[in-house]
Design a binder for this molecule. Structure first.
Ligand SMILES: Cc1cc2nc3c(=O)[nH]c(=O)nc-3n(C[C@H](O)[C@H](O)[C@H](O)COP(=O)(O)OP(=O)(O)OC[C@H]3O[C@@H](n4cnc5c(N)ncnc54)[C@H](O)[C@@H]3O)c2cc1C
Length: 326
């Protein structure tokens, strides 16, 4: 971990020493969160903030942390199950932080709220390769770093150079290297309850735009054939238990495709996708996840762990679904 270059840290330091940014930013009280998640599930947040710059985001979270006020960050809400009972405290949505720029040949900077499909298309236009895998992942840079999002044989860990991280326990903003972040399958060393991704820099090799475009198109077409469209979902529900054992295959073989609880159902196209047929609640979803998990455990003696993160109020019984691990 290295501290920020002097100019950058001192600029940000000036911004952080003032309350002006948070004063400008309006909080929305009792904000319904379902509209901000791809599953379209989630009750109200006590307060929702939508900062529009890295400085606003950092200042706000530093302030909330120093006051001991609870806060939670969401990006695209595309890997999240938010409780239908809502979230007590402050939810901060980063999607206003959309800045992208080329820092030097092959180095692409993006703010935390930049969407991966947009970033991938931008990189492709500049003849920068490596983000083709991300074109169909509807998350933000911040969420993708936390999750080490990946597909088509690549992942964030393969292209990330550095990320700018706010550690809310120490109040320090630092630039962390790929190695510092200790990426693993769908995880890294950061804890979203403590660390906030402010921005990231990706190292991308130059390639012919038409070749990048061809790979991007291939990935898009593959997704259209293999993943459900039309009903809200949050991508893969469970992590692959082993590199050579996909959760989708195990779930399919275990026969979960006809399972449904309330308005939450397993996709008939892809057994590792749960879809919201209309008015699904978080309780419908957790009951379905439990059934899917139990069915695979009974048939294969393998405990699946959900890939999604949770936010808000859940019972101990519901949270136990996330604790099963092998
Ligand atoms: C149709 C579909 C297809 C998908 N395909 C893939 C795929 O192929 N591969 C894959 O890996 N994923 C896939 N996903 C899941 C999801 O898009 C990724 O995990 C994505 O990286 C999540 O980003 P997000 O911004 O939506 O994060 P969110 O869902 O908003 O948040 C996820 C977690 O990250 C935290 N977080 C978000 N932003 C920040 C930040 N700035 N700082 C700190 N913490 C933060 C949140 O608190 C939460 O814990 C898919 C989802 C959908 C709906």
């Amino acid at each position: 971990m290295t501290n920020l270059p002097h100019t950058f840290s001192s600029n940000l330091g000036a911004a952080l020493s003032s309350d002006n940014d948070t004063a400008k930013m309006e909080a929305i009280d009792n904000a319904p969160l379902a509209r901000y998640t791809t599953l379209r599930i989630g009750g109200n947040a006590d307060r929702l903030y939508q900062p529009e710059s890295v400085e606003e985001l950092a200042t706000l979270i530093k302030k909330l942390s120093s006051e001991g006020a609870p806060w939670y960050v969401i990006g695209g809400g595309s890997n999240l199950l938010i409780s239908s009972e809502g979230v007590r405290g402050n939810v901060i949505r980063t999607t206003g932080l959309t800045g992208i720029k080329i820092l030097a040949p092959g180095l692409l900077y993006a703010e935390a709220g930049a969407r991966l499909p947009h970033l991938a298309k931008h990189a492709a236009q500049q003849g920068l390769a490596g983000l083709e895998f991300a074109v169909g992942i509807p998350g933000t840079v911040g969420g993708a770093v936390i999750m080490n999002a990946g597909a088509h044989g690549s992942s964030i860990s393969a292209i990330l150079e550095t990320a700018q991280i706010l550690d809310t326990q120490t109040g320090i903003i630092s630039e962390q290297s790929n190695q510092d972040l200790a990426f693993q399958y769908r995880r890294c060393a950061l804890d979203p309850a403590r660390h906030v991704v402010l921005s990231a820099v990706f190292r991308l090799p130059q390639d012919k735009p038409e070749d990048i475009e061809a790979r991007t198109k291939h990935n898009e077409e593959y997704r259209l054939k293999t993943q459900p469209i039309g009903f809200p979902n949050a991508g893969s529900t469970f992590k692959n238990p082993l590199p050579d054992k996909s959760a989708g295959f195990l779930l399919d073989q275990a026969g979960v495709k006809d399972m449904k609880v309330g308005s939450a159902a397993v996709s008939t196209l892809h057994a590792n996708f749960v879809v919201n047929l209309g008015n699904a609640t978080s309780k419908d979803v957790t009951a379905l996840l439990k059934q899917m998990q139990q069915t695979v455990a009974e048939k294969f003696n393998i405990d699946l762990t959900p890939e999604w993160k949770t936010m808000g109020t859940f019972s101990e019984e519901e949270l136990a679904i996330w604790r099963k691990k092998k």
